[in-house]
Ligand binder design. Structure first.
Ligand SMILES: [Zn+2]
Length: 238
């Protein structure tokens, strides 16, 4: 994976200049026959308050330029692996690098599927979109207390209820539903996932995050504020 000269800390958002050996450390090692190489990168946020560590790994074919280099030279590898077949950020996990969620306000089953969708995003956008769809269906059921059925019918039921959700939300639900669905193969019993690009899978996660905030997190925060107000009023009465 390419290490840009300027990097933004995923924890605190601080933007800093990458300095190898100071805040960025990378290493590349490969098997002796040169079939596969693993590139690992550690970045430590130089912000005085943050200082958190980011860890990424990538696996791919060893770069030709690495041949014949010493171990010490290889340790300073700073470039993309050609034909990389795996790339992932281990820390913070894809999910904790996103918007700060107050997880306690999100139903557990919903959060688990959301978490899985985020983790799968880089390695399998199709699988990610499937989890995103399942997550959204669970959200709809929790939020609107619908009788479980086909997701398509649940969305129809919601859109026919006057003023319950806006048309844009219905469209967003439909988008995620279609992205994560299975497609039957002709003349076969087998069902396969529809093709989903990284960007499309990312968009399904964006939809989920927006709705998760609207449906679960914002109302819970409002309730907490109202509770705090009540407590103030009660204390004045005494
Ligand atoms: Zn930071």
């Amino acid at each position: 994976m390419k290490i840009d000269p300027v990097h933004k800390c995923p924890y605190c958002g601080y933007v800093y200049q990458v300095v190898f050996g100071e805040n960025t450390f990378s290493n590349l090692f490969s098997d002796p026959r040169g079939r596969v190489a693993v590139h690992s990168i550690i970045q430590v946020c130089p912000h005085i308050v943050c200082g958190k560590t980011e860890v990424s790994v990538e696996a791919g074919l060893p770069p030709a330029a690495q041949k014949g280099r010493s171990e010490a030279e290889r340790a300073k590898a700073r470039y993309d692996l050609p034909n990389s077949f795996f790339s992932s950020r281990l820390l913070p996990s894809e999910v904790s690098g996103k918007r700060e969620f107050n997880v306690s306000d999100v139903p557990e089953t919903v959060f688990r599927d959301y978490d899985e969708a985020c983790r799968l995003l880089r390695t399998s956008p199709c699988a990610s979109a499937t989890y995103a769809r399942r997550c959204l269906q669970a959200m709809v059921r929790k939020k609107f207390k619908l009788k479980p059925g086909k997701f398509q019918n649940e969305i129809k039921a919601l859109s026919s209820m006057n003023g319950v959700i806006r048309q844009e939300v219905v469209d967003a639900l439909e988008y995620v539903r279609k992205m994560g669905r299975f497609r039957a193969m002709p003349d076969d019993d087998v069902k396969v996932l529809v093709d989903v690009s990284y960007d499309e899978a990312q968009q399904t996660i964006d939809v989920i995050e927006a709705l998760m905030f609207d449906w679960f997190i914002a109302p819970a925060e409002r309730d907490k504020r109202v509770g705090a107000l009540k407590a103030i009023i009660e204390s004045k009465k005494q």
